[in-house]
Design a protein around this ligand. Structure first.
Ligand code: 5BU
Length: 476
């Protein structure tokens, strides 16, 4: 049986024995939660106990070498016992309270100072119970480098433990759990959405607006566009991810034609295949208000967003006027625009101010596709920081690689063509599969690959399929 179906079976079994419940629960902390876990029940199902111990042992193989294991009391105690016996690895027991007679030892079992011990837990939320056990083991001279957990609730525990020097390895994430239960009809779409929303809103490190890093295992679980949409607080990124899921398209077309008629004709033809139409208003010879009206109508008709690739790159005060004023009045009609970060964060602040109450979003140019470009290394890293600090307005990046694990940020890649290659002016192309599957970005931006094809509609379909198939492959 492959890993995925083994985990699916395990998740369903946990649900069937009511180790996982859905509804409206009041947690110890007083907050209401749509999901509740009580994995103590596993002790009543020996086969399930063995399976849980085995999958935990599998993930323990990713840990650094250890000489003993210790379960966090109480639920993980029997789990650790089975792991110990089955794999012939010594176990330690952590007491909850010191005995009031004898040695008052809090750690039972045989160990040497400096021994490395693996901590075992059933569910991690904030990471505090695992850490209490780690601290106690440390007091007794033991080292803890890794912990394993059956279910990681994705509320910040992994990051918290990482800060304390402990790598957490999880078997199942909350996202995986609800995805599998939804797939098997155990929970409905509404419950699925409300659990993901709960997770996003109740992280202990509070990155709900997209700031801060996201658990490594969230990246591992490869969230769907729909799941990511549920986490977005910017309405434009939410809508974009929903469109991508609905239209099964992560294709943006760059319509770099120089008159309104040709652009509108191309957009009418390929609009149903794309999630975004990207424009360069300043290359259109006859740009006018009627064009703006027509392209907005097409956006409604075919359900895509408009991205004006203006690449703002001046001080905040100047870009404010460039964005909302001048001939193009971009803020009035483009859902998305973009900016270079060479001026620093002021460029974003200026654009955000110009956007005002409009539902608008910005992408930061973190990497470029052209040969010899300077957007790399520390520049790219600093760009990511600016995005994190302005995540209410910055929804992602123009880049060649995935830059950050936070699922609310959307990575878009230009310089894409089936068949790679270059043009005569320094453009370097990669394939849709390289961008999405290998470099793990989200959207392919294709210009001449489609607009100069003999049959742009069939070509757009080829790119749509190539991009979306590469995304589906990444989900597995
Ligand atoms: P092409 O015809 O697929 O090469 O068009 C690519 C488009 O993406 C074009 O509008 C460029 O201005 C835009 N682009 C890019 O190619 N590379 C970059 O790094 C950035 C934008 Br940023």
């Amino acid at each position: 049986m492959n890993i995925d179906s083994r985990l699916e079976e395990l998740i369903i079994k946990l649900y069937e024995v009511e180790g996982v419940k859905f509804g409206d629960f009041k947690l110890k902390s007083g907050i209401q939660s749509p999901a509740y876990f009580d994995l103590r029940v596993i002790v009543s199902y020996p086969q399930l106990m063995r399976e849980v111990s085995q999958v935990l042992w599998e993930v323990a193989k990713n840990a650094q070498k250890f000489v003993s294991i210790c379960g966090v009391p109480y639920t993980a105690l029997p789990i650790a016992s089975v792991m110990s016996v089955d794999n012939n690895v010594p176990m330690l027991i952590r007491r909850r309270e010191a005995k009031d007679y004898g040695t008052k030892k809090m750690i039972e079992g045989k160990y040497e100072k400096g021994d490395v011990c693996l901590v075992v837990e059933d569910v991690v939320t904030s990471g505090s119970s695992v850490y209490e056990t780690v601290e106690l083991l440390n007091e007794y001279g033991l080292q803890v480098k890794d912990a394993v957990v059956l279910l990681e609730r994705e509320q910040g525990g992994t990051e918290r433990l990482k800060k304390d020097g402990v790598n957490l390895h999880s078997v199942i994430t909350m996202t995986q759990l609800v995805r599998v239960l939804k797939k098997h009809g155990k929970i409905d779409e509404k419950m699925f959405d409300s659990v993901l929303k709960f997770v996003a809103e109740n992280r202990f490190d509070k990155p709900t607006k997209g700031s801060g890093d996201i658990p490594a295992n969230k990246a591992k679980a490869a969230m769907t566009f729909k799941e990511r949409a549920n986490l977005c607080s910017n309405s434009v990124s939410k809508k974009l991810l929903e469109i991508m899921e609905q239209k099964q398209s992560n294709l943006a077309i760059s319509v770099d034609l120089t008159n309104c008629k040709d652009i509108l004709q191309m957009v009418e033809q390929v609009g149903s295949k794309v999630c975004i139409v990207k424009t360069h208003a300043d290359i259109i010879d006859d740009f006018n208000e009627e064009f703006v009206e027509k392209i907005r109508e097409l956006a409604q008709k075919h359900n895509f967003l408009i991205f004006e690739d203006r690449k703002f790159a001046d001080i905040g005060k100047t870009v404010l006027h460039q964005y909302k004023g001048g001939v193009h009045k971009i803020a009035d009609w483009a859902d998305i625009t973009n900016a270079h970060t060479v001026p620093g964060a002021g460029v974003v602040k200026g654009l955000k101010k110009a956007a005002g109450n409009r539902q608008r979003a910005c992408l930061l140019i973190a990497e470029m596709s052209s040969s010899g470009n300077l957007a790399k290394g520390d520049y790219t890293k600093a760009t990511v920081e600016i995005a994190k600090e302005n995540s209410d307005f910055v929804i992602g990046f123009i880049c060649q690689h995935k830059l950050i694990d936070d699922p609310v940020f959307i990575h878009m890649t230009p310089g894409v063509k089936l068949g790679e290659g270059t043009d005569s002016l320094g453009q370097l192309y990669i394939t849709p599969n390289d961008a999405i599957s290998v470099n793990k970005t989200d959207v392919i931006i294709v210009g001449r690959g489609i607009t100069e094809a003999l049959d742009p509609v069939s070509e757009a379909e080829l790119y749509r399929k190539a991009g979306y198939d590469a995304y589906l492959e990444r989900l597995v």
